[in-house]
Design a protein around this ligand. Structure first.
Ligand code: ATP
Ligand code: MG
Length: 341
């Protein structure tokens, strides 16, 4: 039984949409009530299509954006019993700095994350300088580079002199500079080709074991998720629609969206059932003006009717709008929850 390192409770982030006069006319519900518990030393995966709120979840978790409501509760492992509160939003500026040292971040595009005009030695040491940990810095930077399979010979080179995979190694080295307990990995390998992808994933697994790191791993690639994650949450339009341990979720998916995701990936489509998702990705926008809201439901109804009329084509399908029904998360198996009837 391992411990949870942090929990996310009822997290919401609604971005206002303004008209040209600056009046709020609608809300983008990027996150709409997310609850998660992250276990220490494990990899927690988050999957879901573009725009479902994965990056917003991470940005809110890091307090890079303020949530509309809900909270992030830190374990004593993170606060070291040194903080006045375990609630992220109640931390003092000093405590927030200390919290941020404990979370490293790796984003998708390593080139965008590295300043092209900085030498590798300065890129990797930057967090150390910012946090005043400059003792034996050169040795520490070489140690960090060694950790990710690079070395002293790379200190005086610029990002453009490296391959994509090497650049992602540099990003990982820097993310580990302050000895974080958690790494947030937002699509860390999607910009890399498959063979390099595997090397980076193996490196991450080795580092996790070596430093007992907790990973929060975002990806839309189910093979990567299956390979890396102990547990995962499937997100749809700002909500978690299903959550379970990886093996359980892959063998026994319950929510129609999860089933459709798995059926669309040949490796996971074990019983050859093909489920199509019909319709465009629904907008996460909610209009504040009632007439517009009414129009949206009418369109949805219309969509359902049209779908009914193509029934009997030998395909299973789900209609996007049917996925929008908000059902509570229900326990459907061993620590397995899904929004199903
Ligand atoms: N600062 C912002 N202002 C307004 N809307 C935003 C803002 N940031 C994100 N959104 C909206 O919130 C929704 C969720 O965006 P987010 O970036 O979290 O999605 P994602 O799941 O990370 O997608 P992707 O897989 O493409 O990275 C989107 O509809 C997006 O347009
Ligand atoms: Mg994203």
């Amino acid at each position: 039984m391992s411990n949870k390192i942090l929990s996310i409770e009822g997290l919401r982030k609604h971005f206002p949409v303004k008209n040209v006069w600056g009046t709020d006319i609608a809300l983008v519900k990027a996150l709409d009530g997310v609850d998660l518990e992250i276990e220490e030393g494990k990899t927690f995966g988050i999957v879901g299509e573009s725009g479902c709120g994965k990056t917003t979840l991470m940005r809110t978790l890091l307090r890079l954006v303020e949530p509309t409501s809900g909270s992030v509760v830190l374990s004593d492992e993170i606060t070291q019993n040194q903080f006045l509160s375990n609630n992220l939003e109640e931390l003092t500026n000093e405590e927030l700095r200390s919290f941020r040292r404990q979370i490293g971040v790796v984003f998708q595009d390593p080139m965008g994350a590295l300043n092209p005009r900085m030498l590798i030695k300065d890129i990797v040491s930057e967090p150390l300088v910012i946090h005043g940990k400059t003792e034996n810095m050169r040795d520490r930077v070489i140690e960090l580079l060694n950790n990710v399979g690079l070395g002293e010979e790379h200190l005086y080179r610029y990002p453009h002199e490296f391959s994509g995979g090497q650049r992602q190694r540099i990003v990982i080295a820097r993310a580990l500079a302050l000895e974080p307990k958690i790494l947030v990995l937002d699509e860390p390998t999607s910009a890399l080709d498959v063979s390099v992808q595997a090397q980076i994933l193996n490196l991450l697994n080795d580092l996790q074991e070596k430093y007992n790191l907790t990973y929060i791993f975002i990806s839309h690639d189910l093979s990567v998720i299956e390979y890396m994650c102990d547990r995962l949450a499937v997100m749809y339009l700002g909500r978690v629609v299903e959550e379970a341990d990886t093996e359980e979720l892959f063998t026994n998916p319950q929510h129609p969206y999860t089933k459709a995701l798995l059926s669309a990936t040949p490796n996971f489509n074990k019983d050859k059932e093909k489920i199509m998702i019909l319709g465009d990705v629904p907008s996460p926008i909610t209009y504040l003006d009632e007439s517009k809201a009414k129009l949206a439901t009418e369109i949805t109804e219309q969509e359902r009717l049209e779908i009914k009329s193509i029934e009997g084509k030998g395909l299973d399908y789900i209609v996007r709008s049917s996925l929008n029904e908000v059902l509570p998360l229900k326990e459907v198996g061993p620590s397995h929850y899904a929004r199903v009837k």
